[in-house]
Design a protein around this ligand. Structure first.
Ligand code: FAD
Length: 425
């Protein structure tokens, strides 16, 4: 094989970090690499909730792929993957057909509505930039409508928000949402003489924010002390916790939960889970494990040594405790990318492939401005300093200084000025 062509599907955390690892081989003229992605940018999902709640601009959390790979020799194609054909070693996309010698599937995951009635139609997901922009517009629009309404009940309905899912994304989103809506309420809404309330208080008759979670506590994978600290912080921030309840239906007026509980909400944000984005395979469906592409310990898809899959889209075929499913996290995808790069090179050189072991570097979750919880090894952290660490860690995950400076600038601006409430259509 002369200069094998490696095609990577998906330029998220997995795809981008894998391509970066392969750059020295591309520059040495040993391999060709093409990365195919739906958007022309890499999206930094951990800060998406800050875009949805007006702290950061949309473009600050997106890095153009052509900029990321400028001068590396890596080819970038912006296209939708339509299908994979393992027999002909081709990928069909919205812009044509690409041949591969090695294929890597890193297409991540999409919002999972679990077939719940009305969820896809009425709830707003938070998975990409368009979702974040839509949530922000809805929040601002709710205030623009409420200010025109005289009936207090109708006004309260317009200003009722619910977030579904008490994992990291749901908690971060509901906390920032609370900060954002209280800022709008205190700065602009209470200034309107028709609706004079008490700035800085929860004012349950004017505003409702609910976090709905199936489990008995939020942030279940975190240690007890941190779960309690996060829950207490949410309550201080005027968020009502509806725990131990499962959503059975979503309508334009809110949520229906088990035990016939109703949560009125004009805005419902869905952060309840994801499902793998498995591409269509020509010539027969691939083997799946819990909806994810089944791979062996080297990330080869079952029965095909030339196709690798990793990140959110893949799971070990072997489901014994030795290969317990890994969490769908950026840090998992990034660590796996390193091993997939090594294994592709090993496979080209006909050397032995290596299996992967995940080492968690800890985890942090922000709970609104100036408060975060987290753990690093055995150390449990929470408070202002943890929040500062959380921001610093994420800032340095960006590839370019251009983005880091931009985010630092926007975060600094937010300390002195209110968040932007320009509603873009
Ligand atoms: C709001 C939010 C917050 C998060 N916060 C954190 C966090 O704080 N820490 C953490 O560790 N993880 C976090 N995660 C999870 C993390 O984003 C994922 O685990 C990680 O991105 C998985 O990497 P991946 O490469 O497998 O998939 P992704 O990063 O999702 O990348 C998949 C890529 O494939 C592209 N794609 C999909 N289908 C197609 C197609 N048919 N054609 C072309 N392109 C396609 C997508 O556009 C995307 O660019 C968060 C996720 C969300 C949604």
């Amino acid at each position: 094989m002369i200069r094998p062509h490696i095609v990577i599907l998906g330029a998220g955390f997995g795809g981008v970090y894998l391509a970066k690892k392969l750059v020295p081989q591309v520059k040495a003229g040993k391999i060709d690499v093409t990365i195919i992605n739906r958007t022309n940018y890499f999206l930094f999902t951990p800060l998406l909730h800050e875009v949805a709640t007006g702290s950061l601009s949309a473009s600050s959390v997106a890095e153009p792929l052509r900029e990321v790979f400028a001068g590396t020799g890596i080819q970038v194609i912006q296209a939708d993957v339509v299908s994979v054909n393992p027999a002909t070693k081709t990928v069909t996309t919205s812009v044509g057909v690409t041949e591969f010698d090695y294929l890597v599937i890193a297409t991540g995951a999409d919002t999972n509505y679990y077939g719940i009635s009305g969820a896809e139609k009425f709830a707003l997901p938070l998975k990409n930039l368009v979702d974040a922009a839509r949530i922000r517009a809805r929040i601002i629009d709710s205030f623009e409508q409420a200010v025109l309404v005289n009936d207090p009940k109708e006004r309260l309905h317009l200003l009722s928000f619910a977030v579904v899912g008490g994992g990291a994304t749901g908690v971060e989103t509901v906390a920032e949402l609370s900060d954002f809506v209280h800022e709008i309420m205190d700065r602009y809404y209470h200034n309107n003489k028709a609706h004079a309330g008490t700035p800085g208080s929860c004012n349950a008759d004017e505003l409702a924010i609910t976090l709905v979670h199936t489990g008995p506590e939020v942030l279940q994978p975190f240690p007890q002390a941190l779960r309690t600290a996060a829950a207490d912080r949410l309550k201080e921030r005027c968020v009502s916790l509806q725990l131990g309840s499962t959503v059975t239906a979503v309508t334009k007026d809110g949520l229906t939960l088990t035990d016939n509980i109703s949560i009125p909400a004009h805005t419902v944000i869905w952060a309840a889970g994801v499902k793998a984005n498995v591409p269509h395979f020509e010539g027969g469906d691939p083997t799946l494990v819990a909806g994810r592409l089944a791979v062996n310990e080297y990330f080869n898809m079952t029965g095909n040594e030339r196709i690798f899959a990793f990140g959110d889209v893949a799971a070990y075929a072997d489901t014994t405790p030795k290969h317990a499913p890994l969490p769908m996290l950026a840090q998992v995808a990034v660590q796996q990318a390193d091993m997939v790069a090594r294994n592709i090179i090993a496979s080209i050189k006909e050397k032995k492939l290596r299996s992967f072991e995940y080492h968690s570097k800890g985890s942090m979750v922000s709970v609104g401005s100036w408060f975060a919880i987290g753990f690093i090894g055995r150390f449990k952290l929470f408070g202002k300093l943890t929040w500062w660490m959380w921001r610093t860690v994420y800032l340095f995950k960006f590839a370019s200084w251009k983005k880091r400076f931009r985010i630092m600038f926007e975060w600094t601006l937010e300390v002195f000025y209110p968040r932007d409430i320009t509603k873009l259509e």
